[in-house]
Design a protein around this ligand. Sequence first.
Ligand SMILES: Cc1ncc(COP(=O)(O)O)c(C=O)c1O
Length: 362
Amino acid sequence: MAMRVYNFNPGPAALPLPALEKVRDEFLSFRGTGMSIVEVSHRSAEFGALLEETDAGLRALLGIPDAYAILYLGGGASLQFSMAPINLLGRGRVADYIETGEWSSKAIKEAAKVGRVNVAASTKAEKFRRIPRPEELRLTPGAAYVHLTSNNTIYGTQWRRFPEAGSVPLVADMSSDILSRPFDVEPFGLIYAGAQKNLGPAGVTVVIVRRDLVGKAPEGTPTMLDYKTHVEGNSLFNTPPCFAIYMIKLVLDWVRDQGGLEAVAARNERKARLLYDAIDGSGGFFAGTCDRDSRSRMNVTFVLARSELSEAFAREANAAGLKGLKGHRSVGGFRASLYNAVGMEAVEALVALMEKFRKKNA
Ligand SMILES: Cc1ncc(COP(=O)(O)O)c(C=O)c1O
């Protein structure tokens, strides 16, 4: 097998090796059909079974009650920035948005094209280095929903405890931390996640929507933008992203085999702690870019205090087979994305390189 590198990409990102091997092994004949998964009909019994199993896998791992439908849509998480308000923000109502990074800013921009938006809190003035505290939230009584981004992929912050909004449903973009930890689905009216981090390859967005919120899009809503279309069609109104769904199923099997979300979360916690400890214990050589109580377990952002050494560090990381560590252009520095499929050995290799580099340049 060709050598595989330590992949710290923010998304598309590392996927579990057993899932990739399974794709390779059955790529020419999906479940004995004599056709590849990219050749079978989405209306075939085999694909229908796969869709049901994927649903069951997500329901079991995330504890999704029957009151919620699961959809597999195209258009990325970015399309959900529009679909969420089109479907849930009724005329004359207000949606609260919590701005914690570029992805929430984009969600706000799209929602404001659809209806009334209240930015209930924002940490933009602090360069998004933290998640707002509960007492900072200016929530609107009777809002249609409260939107948040559970993990801020670019800045490296993550909600530890989701805000309390009473009977107002939460809506969350969970693109970069879904399946990384257990959480209670019940306060949420809608959860969406582009697959290309913890779920599978790019091309599919998983949407989990409370059924009673579906069917309220205004008249004239384009068919494809109405959740009702996809709930009624069981994600088969049009041709779904078949291959991406197939890979989600394989990734769900892997998560189950790891011991489920509790086990995966514990491992994610250990991985993140190892790296943050290396940063914090470097005597200021490396520095985290976010407040400690807001730090993400998925995307660890850091800089070198002597920024002139950044290029050399990037070069050495690259030469050592540590890939995808460049920080987002709006933050700079470095970002190690530690999604589920990134193993402890990858983090150990990164920490070892950081130590070596620090000693050499101290
Ligand atoms: C939190 C978050 N939301 C939304 C997006 C945009 O997703 P997509 O490219 O699937 O539209 C990303 C992409 O990285 C993301 O990290």
